[in-house]
Design a protein around this ligand. Sequence first.
Ligand SMILES: [Fe+2]
Ligand SMILES: [Fe+2]
Length: 537
Amino acid sequence: MGASEEEMTVLLRTRGMLPASTVREKLLDLDDIESVLDCAPLVGFERGYLTQEIFDAMLDIWSVRNTTEKTPQSPILDTKAKQAVPELGRTIAPMKAPEPLDIKFRNNLPDWNTSDFSENASDAPSDILVHYDITGNSITEGKMADITSCFSDRLQSIRKMIIQNSRLPRTPTEISRLHAESSRYQGYENKAVAIGLVNEPRYTKNGHLMWNLEDETGELTCLLTKRKGDDRDRAHEQILEAGLMPDDVLGVSGTFSQTGDMFYVDDLHFPMKASHQKVSAEHGVSVAFLSDIHVGSKTFLEAQWHKMVRWFHTDPLAKTIKYLILSGDCVDGVGIYPGQDSELSIPDLFGQYAEFARLLELLPEWVECVMLPGNHDAVRPAEPQPTFEKDIQQDYNTTTFVGNPCDFSLHGVRLLSYHGKSIDDFVAGLRTVTYADPVEAMRQMLRRRHLAPQWGGKTPLSPEPEDGLVIREVPDIFVTGHVHGHACIDFKGTTLICSSTWQDQTSYQRMLGFQPKPCMLTIVNLKSHATTAIPFA
Ligand SMILES: [Fe+2]
Ligand SMILES: [Fe+2]
């Protein structure tokens, strides 16, 4: 007789297998469940979601094995299955050993090659080193003194980067001194250079760009004019087209007007390096990226999640994935926007996190998760955000919890993961950034070496005495989420990834006419830096 339902559940749990309901029924019909389950590794399946397809492959292997071992019985009691396994006569020579079945592997398809994804995750040690995470380090009291030191730290840190990385025509001068000596800097010969924070960027009626530039000593009114003919310059046109973000730190070089009350900007100077040289890991393992899973929402794409779980257990590329970075909005949350209750399938916050933990458990055990919060998660909304509370963390295994943003290394490769709430401010503030092309916001962040410059915009900021949103090191991989798009491109030596979501179009997005790009798993190899994206939608 076969196992009882309880015995079978215990057996499956110990092996970490979750059967589909049709498989469950068939398992109950088996005489010897264990000998069939022992065939799992032979079809490339070890634990996780046991689909009908994988189960059928296991049964095929079991049948071949059984006939080779001259066992005439089928493990299945029903007649139809009995007919499927021929009863053989005397075997005079051993049949060849069973080989794993070919389950339509994607290997060596044009989008990725085995040589680029060269090492299995289970063969490499874990190597995660966190360089910046606000968790446990937030010391602000939100007072005026904290705000002042946050901005002063931002100005000082980015000023150093501008001096180092930008070709300034001369050493920068304090703004108060420039005012005192403004008559020296008139005409074309003698240019002045200043570095400061942008205040009130605005356009004039003629399309010129105006802003105030402020440092510790004073303020300068700057004007970047539209140029014509030979004076036209691509960099100028781009800045005039895009605009500036309030609270950007940048350098200007130019001259004063006759009256000394206006500074005519010839060139703008940003802190970004011209190019970046990526570090290659010694180990050829890979890192995968997802964001905005929104578990608990009615629009969470559960069937596609199980499709991905199956892929993780069967595709050879998946065996190289040692890390999975989850860049925030892991659950849909509760009370995030008016009327959210009616769009939730799991109305309880802890229930949402427990369900996400269960879904992650279905992934193979060689995958280690790094999870950070987003604006839907149960942490303080002000950025930098500390990580999840201990009572949420307790449901998760093999997960490293970090804050948002987090600057960390995997086998020496530097990653910057940021949920991306400030993309909303970049879309509102810069005319060239749209939700259809969120990577442009990421380019602008790297250009400014700051994740969320604008104070008082759509992104709540926590004024830490050391500004936690300055990009202090240029990352090898820079990843965001939040906008539910998907992209993976190289920008001046840094791989930019806009992580895909696992949520279908919401009613709010439908109202705005926004079409998300869900269920794409982005994969980067840490040694070759080859990238690929696997669609599960
Ligand atoms: Fe989201
Ligand atoms: Fe978000």
